[in-house]
Design a protein around this ligand. Structure first.
Ligand SMILES: C[S@@+](CC[C@H](N)C(=O)[O-])C[C@H]1O[C@@H](n2cnc3c(N)ncnc32)[C@H](O)[C@@H]1O
Length: 271
């Protein structure tokens, strides 16, 4: 039983309605996704530094880092078509020679030891079944004192077990990787010192709403359509693509609801 009465719920708000709306509609000045590049910039790596983009997909971020900071970079991705796309993007941006993309598993990097100044790993670490081995691989390929910047989404206690189970199975996410304690233990074991933990939370998504991109409100609308038009959509696009889209839309909305918390880690490899 609620300790509240219906009359309390439907009473006039303590603050006049217009003022109440103004308070809630006020922007909290969320940071945009480009804050991740800015954070990389604060590491002060010299131009020409060799950076690994672990799980680079189409290398768009790899190329952007090189364009902004003058690094050289290697992108690694598990999925072959991603590497082909990455090579096309690198050529289109005129970065052949400064950026390379190779196919490989970040759990067992096909790269020599001690050659990278930094590892950038954006939105990947929910996947590898061997997270601690992956972090040890990052340490292996880094020079002593090398820097690591991770952007990863972690689960919060607002994510219900059945929601988690369905989401993780659908997106092939390793459940324990969603725990900050497990990630931080892996960083320590691999010989990293954590310099900074920055909970981005829903900031990027709030920014996309406020700048008119409206990514998450679109995902919410898509969720309704995916739900109400399930069978017809599956007949047209197939069950796998339907389910991945459904899960991806949940992912976005869950970030907005605080069930998932995007978080940035900056760490340094101990000598
Ligand atoms: C959500 S995407 C993020 C891509 C990119 N980092 C970005 O931020 O746009 C996840 C990427 O991680 C890659 N990936 C997942 N597991 C991997 C592994 N074990 N080794 C290498 N890449 C992996 C996927 O192929 C995919 O391109």
């Amino acid at each position: 039983m609620s300790s509240r009465t219906v009359a309390e719920v439907y009473r006039e708000t303590a603050v006049p309605e217009e003022a109440f709306d103004a308070l809630i509609n006020r922007s909290l000045q969320p940071r945009p996704a480009t804050m991740l590049y800015d954070k990389m910039g604060t590491l002060g790596l010299a131009p020409g530094s060799l950076v690994l983009d672990a799980g680079c997909r189409d290398a768009k971020h790899t190329c952007e880092l090189v364009a902004r900071f003058g690094y050289r970079a290697v992108g690694v991705d598990l999925v072959e078509p991603n590497v082909v796309n990455a090579q096309r993007v690198i050529a289109e941006r005129g970065m052949v020679g400064r950026v390379t993309a190779v196919q490989g598993d970040i759990q067992d990097l096909p790269l020599p030891s001690g050659v990278f100044t930094a590892v950038w790993c954006r939105d990947v670490l929910v996947h590898p079944p061997k997270l601690h081995q992956t972090l040890a691989e990052f340490a292996r390929v880094l020079q002593p004192g090398g820097r690591l910047l991770i952007y990863v989404t972690l689960a919060t206690d607002k994510l219900e077990p059945l929601e988690a189970q369905w989401l993780f199975e659908t997106l092939v996410i390793t459940p324990q990787n969603m725990s900050h304690a497990y990630l931080e233990a892996g960083l320590h074991q691999a010989g990293f010192v954590i310099d900074q933990i920055d909970q981005v939370d829903s900031e990027w998504r709030e920014h996309w709403e406020e700048d008119g991109t409206c990514l998450t409100s679109q995902q919410l609308l898509r969720l309704a359509r995916l739900r109400r038009n399930r069978d017809a959509l599956i007949a047209q696009v197939g069950e796998l693509d339907y389910l991945v889209e459904l899960a991806d839309c949940h992912w976005g909305v869950y970030q907005m609801l605080g069930k998932l918390c995007p978080t940035v880690y900056v760490a340094t490899k101990c000598v």
